[in-house]
Structures are given as structure tokens and as C-alpha cells.
Design a binder for this molecule. Structure first.
Ligand SMILES: [Zn+2]
Length: 125
């Protein structure tokens, strides 16, 4: 099951942002969680469960970056360190792109990232 099918996906969407990375802005993006989300919002994200886009294992798609407070990101598969093959699979990339497209559309529909939270688009992270 994709995170996009989660019953509370529409509550999760405003909490996400896209971050372009890579040299010369070659368009690769990361799906990140807004900084400054509330405890409840963080709980909503970190308690969500989906299935790995590749192998179908139950996963937590929103994860806290090890060693960083208040730094959460989205992943479409098992943890990289658990199963490299899942994270690098075509299925993982396709699912990631679908989620990113949802976030992009949400922003394009007039919902600025962090707009409902009064946060600032964080471009230098
Ligand atoms: Zn997997």
C-alpha cells in the first residue's frame, strides 16, 4: 500500500516539502518533512505504515534522520541498510516520483509549502 492511499494522506501532504539537490540543480529531489512540525504532526507521520514499494514488507515511510533532531524524510522502501536492493529498485523510484508529484500538485494548487504552518520554504537545507 502506498502512503498516498493512507486515510490521512491529505493531512500529511501539507507537512511535506520538496528539496532539489545535486549539482547544477539537475532536478533530483528529496521528499522532506517541514521543519517545525508539531509533536502531533510528527506522530501522525512517524506512526504511519505502508508497504515497501519493492518487497512488500511493512515499513514506516517517514523516518527520523539518525543523529538529527527535527529532521524527517520520506522513503518508499525498506531501510537502505536493511535491503539495498529495495531502496535502489525501479519500483522505489516510481513510488517516490508519485509521492513527489502529489506534493508538487498540492503546492501548485496554491498551497505554499508550510503555508498552513506559517513556516518558511527551506531551500538551503
Ligand atoms: Zn523492501
Amino acid at each position: 500500500m502506498s502512503v498516498r492511499e493512507n486515510a490521512r494522506w491529505m493531512e500529511m501532504l501539507p507537512l511535506l516539502r520538496l528539496e532539489v539537490y545535486g549539482r547544477d540543480g539537475d532536478g533530483r529531489i528529496r521528499i522532506e518533512v517541514q521543519k517545525g512540525v508539531t509533536r502531533a504532526e510528527k506522530g501522525l507521520l512517524t506512526s504511519a505504515r505502508t508497504r515497501c514499494a519493492k518487497c512488500g514488507n511493512t515499513i514506516h515511510p517517514f523516518r527520523e534522520r539518525k543523529g538529527y533532531r527535527d529532521s524527517l524524510y520520506y522513503a518508499s522502501t525498506c531501510q537502505l541498510e536493511d535491503r539495498v536492493a529495495c531502496a535502489r529498485s525501479a519500483e522505489a523510484i516510481a513510488e517516490y516520483a508519485m509521492v513527489a508529484q502529489d506534493v508538487r500538485r498540492f503546492i501548485d494548487d496554491g498551497n505554499p509549502p508550510g503555508g498552513q504552518l506559517g513556516l518558511v520554504w527551506d531551500t538551503d537545507a
